[in-house]
Design a protein around this ligand. Structure first.
Ligand code: AMP
Ligand code: GLY
Length: 430
């Protein structure tokens, strides 16, 4: 079988790595890919949001399965285009992808189907939103409705800040059209966890192991929000009992609600949850695999990913059976360029990778490129280093041991991945 993977990050490199393990997969293409995939995939020079170019490629090359990494092509309707041409593709269509592409859609959907989430109000007028902020409890969370490259959520600690943020989003349009409408919602506290599930549009879903991401740029959860600076899996904060609750109160009503809305959601659904005092609540949905979560979840999966994805695409998950997992913990440390998530420079030599030969260490590339036969930095998040061992502490030791060997100018990484779980704390089990 021939597989095409769309995207260029660590998530997509992980998908290449995992799909290559399938006996059924004979050839993998990745568009536009990155410098780390060359050994495992054929890199195709088509941008991830070139829907027409990608569907032409899949058609011409008789691709058996296309897997979409990032949200943008999904929100742009790549699945609808592939479906029209009868090409198999793993991912939700444009209507279903609204669960991520419109935060207002997602919140109203949750309200309608009684899925626990923070109380909220929607505004399309800046003056009204600012007026509302006079009577809210602080901190308050302000979210631009549309896709804003992960930057559209601001936690305002007082009225002055809230006013400034609303003006920036709605009047100064710092996120363009994504800020035509905003959400103002209550601030929740607790442990944040990432839950991904494979779904087939027929109410069937198979959850993957729960993981925990580290969104802020610097140690101790300080600094700006990023795409994610590290993750580990599984997380002790989600016990078996809590996972059952999440299935029952969140994943099942989500899939059921989709069907009631006349939407066929196939692919992966990601629920970002806050485990609050009063139970798990949805902070956001993503319509794709999380990154770096995928870099720690898929290495623990024994089941053939191609078979699993095909079962979802063909709406046959009900007879797929359960997944098999490696009894281990995976921890990933992201190495980023100095300045990320703001401005950063690229083109720096990356060294030290060749000396790493350890089955318990996986290196997934993100912003890397081969230039004149040298591997150089080419993005904000450069590499993910995943260690696998029997517990989190050992997995982190492995990841950090190899992070220390990889060098590039301005390399930046968090030194405290997994810190919440390493603190002596009982699992939350509500
Ligand atoms: P989102 O893109 O909606 O997940 O928001 C990005 C990040 O902002 C989340 O991962 C949380 O860390 C934080 N966040 C979003 N909504 C809330 C909320 N209601 N309360 C507290 N933190 C939030
Ligand atoms: N790591 C968070 C995300 O993929 O959105």
């Amino acid at each position: 079988m021939k597989v095409l993977i769309i995207g260029s990050g660590g998530r997509e490199h992980t998908l290449v790595w995992k799909l290559k393990k399938s006996r059924k997969v004979k050839k993998i293409f990745c568009a536009p890919g990155n410098g780390g995939m060359l050994l495992d995939a054929k890199i195709i020079d088509i941008k991830a949001d070139d829907v027409k170019g990608l569907s032409d490629f899949a058609f011409r090359n008789k691709i058996n399965l296309t897997v979409v990494g990032p949200e943008k092509p999904l929100a742009d309707g790549i699945v609808d285009e592939f479906n029209k041409r009868k090409l198999k593709i793993f991912g939700p269509d444009k209507k279903a992808a609204q669960i991520e592409s419109s935060k207002v859609f997602a919140k109203e959907f949750m309200r309608k189907y009684h899925i626990p989430t923070a109380p909220f109000k929607v505004f399309s007028n800046a003056a009204e939103a600012i007026g509302f902020c006079k009577s809210v409890q602080y901190p308050v969370v302000i979210k631009a409705d549309g896709l804003a490259a992960g930057k559209g959520v601001v936690i305002a600690k007082d009225y002055e800040r809230a006013q400034m943020v609303i003006e920036d989003i709605m009047l100064n349009k710092i996120f363009g059209d994504a800020g035509e409408r905003i959400l103002i919602e209550s601030f929740l506290t607790g442990q944040e966890v990432s839950i991904m599930a494979i779904v087939d549009g027929n109410k069937n879903f198979i959850p993957l192991l729960p993981s925990q991401d580290h969104k802020q740029a610097y140690d101790g959860d300080r600094g700006p929000n990023t795409g994610g600076m590290g993750a580990y899996c599984p997380t002790q904060f989600v016990s078996k009992e809590l996972m059952e609750k999440i299935n029952e109160n969140i994943l099942f009503p989500t899939m059921n609600g989709m069907i009631k809305e006349g939407i066929t959601y196939k692919g992966v659904i990601y629920a970002g949850l806050m485990l609050t005092e009063s139970g798990p609540k949805v902070l956001e949905y993503n319509c794709r695999f999380g990154d770096p979560e995928t870099q720690v979840v898929l290495p623990l999966l024994n089941t053939d990913l191609y078979d699993l994805m095909m079962a979802a695409v063909n709406q046959k998950l009900s007879s797929f059976g359960s997944l098999s997992w490696r009894n281990a913990t995976a921890a990933c440390v992201i190495m980023a360029s100095k300045g990320y998530p703001g401005k950063y420079s690229t083109g720096f030599n990356i060294t030290g990778l060749r000396d790493i030969r350890d089955n318990n260490c996986l290196i997934f590339h993100a912003g890397t490129q081969f230039r004149d036969k040298r591997l150089v930095t080419a993005g904000g998040r450069v590499l993910g280093v995943t260690g696998i061992d029997k517990n989190l502490k050992l997995a982190l030791n492995t990841a950090y041991r190899y992070v220390g060997k990889i060098k590039f100018k301005g390399a930046m990484y968090r030194r405290d991945i997994g810190f919440r779980a390493l603190r002596p704390m009982k699992p939350i089990n509500r």
